[in-house]
Write a protein that binds this ligand. Structure first.
Ligand code: KG4
Ligand code: ZN
Length: 340
């Protein structure tokens, strides 16, 4: 008997992605076409440019994912189409969603609208299906920073979130200020490896009490330090010191969340979870606390469609979305507790 397969499409920002994933969460194919080169010249994602690029890339990326899984565009061999419907850039979302609707209709299979952040939440399970519940997940992407208690698939309680910039946003803004280009996170990560993380003592904002986070003060401190030196700084030292401050805060808050909830594991997700310093520090803190730490591979941290398929499998039995399914650029995750 052949395995049941789901096709997923992700186009919420600047990656056009498609994947085919089996019911047991085996990733049969995962194709990610990055638009980095298109946007780099502008220093960030240009929504208009992203939307147009998705139009050109969607069909070939989907065809490639299906062919790698042994199907064809006429006989795809899938039981449903999962697609990101938000949050993200509206023009980008609409391209993926419209394509997914057309394909689901033509193939006569269910359409499943997925929240992009729930995709990031499921990413770790693609590689580690044994992640124990309840666990704490630190979701750190370009637009969101959340600490969640995951009691089971689809059962999330919000423990804390950023009160201003998301962690990835802080990386991108500081990188842009330091002239490191776009995308900022990987550039800072690379450069920080050659710098001194103790060169500057940037503030570790604990956003008062509780499990909320804040990064805008840190960004301001970086700008002030560089200004005060008249721009005469070793950029690698600034990058390393900034990264150390972000990492300290993220790990301290994550471990406080673990303590508070008695969770048995810490899971990381989202683009910033690809950061080398954060991965090392989270792993060390978990080892010291005697709990498991689950770090998705780098490709599963940043945007991809395999994680959307994983979330899609969870929803497939519960929902079949109609063709009227709408994109929602500020879609919220269904949570217990207030939105960050
Ligand atoms: O999850 P993601 O790919 O897209 C969103 O859903 O936003 O996250 C993108 C963010 C960007 O802010 C990018 O700079 C950051 O993740 N990022 C990193 C690293 N790789 C990507 N930040 C720090 N270190 C990295 N290695
Ligand atoms: Zn993302």
């Amino acid at each position: 008997m052949t395995a049941r397969r789901l096709l997923a499409i992700e186009s919420s920002c600047d990656e056009t992605a498609a994947a085919v994933v089996d019911e047991d969460l085996t990733v049969v194919s995962s194709v990610v076409s990055s638009q980095i080169d298109l946007h780099a010249a502008f220093g960030g994602v240009v929504p208009e440019v992203a939307g147009r690029a998705h139009v050109e890339l969607l069909e070939p990326v989907v065809a490639q994912a299906i062919e790698m899984a042994g199907g064809t565009m006429t006989e795809p061999g899938i039981v449903g189409v999962a697609v990101t419907r938000g949050p993200g850039l509206i023009g980008s979302l609409l391209v993926g969603l419209s394509g997914a609707k057309a394909m689901a209709w033509a193939w006569g299979v269910p359409l499943i609208g997925i929240n992009h952040m729930e995709g990031h939440l499921f990413a770790a399970q693609l590689e580690a299906p044994q992640v124990p519940h309840p666990h704490v997940t630190l979701l750190v992407s370009g637009g969101h920073t959340m600490l969640l208690l995951v009691k089971g698939p689809g059962d999330y309680e919000l423990l804390g979130g950023t009160i201003d910039d998301a962690a990835g946003e802080a990386y991108d803004k500081v990188a842009r200020y330091l002239g490191l280009g776009y995308p900022g996170g990987p550039a800072i990560d690379r450069l920080a490896g050659t710098g001194d993380p103790a060169a500057y003592r940037f503030p570790r904002s604990m956003a008062k009490d509780g499990l909320d986070l804040s990064f805008s003060g840190l960004k301001t401190s970086v700008v002030r330090a560089v200004d005060q030196a008249g721009g005469d700084v070793v950029v690698a030292d600034v990058a390393a010191s900034f990264q150390a401050a972000v990492t300290d805060v993220l790990v301290a808050k994550s471990m406080a969340a673990v303590d508070q909830t008695g969770a048995r594991a810490l899971v990381l997700g989202g683009g910033v979870a690809a950061n080398s310093a954060l991965r090392a520090a989270a792993g060390a803190a978990c080892e010291e606390a005697g709990i498991e730490c689950f770090l998705p591979s780098l490709a599963m941290c940043t945007d991809n469609a395999a994680m959307i398929a994983a979330a899609g499998w969870h929803h497939l039995d519960h929902v079949g979305d109609g063709l009227e399914l709408a994109a929602d650029p500020s879609l919220h995750l269904e949570l217990e507790g207030a939105q960050p």
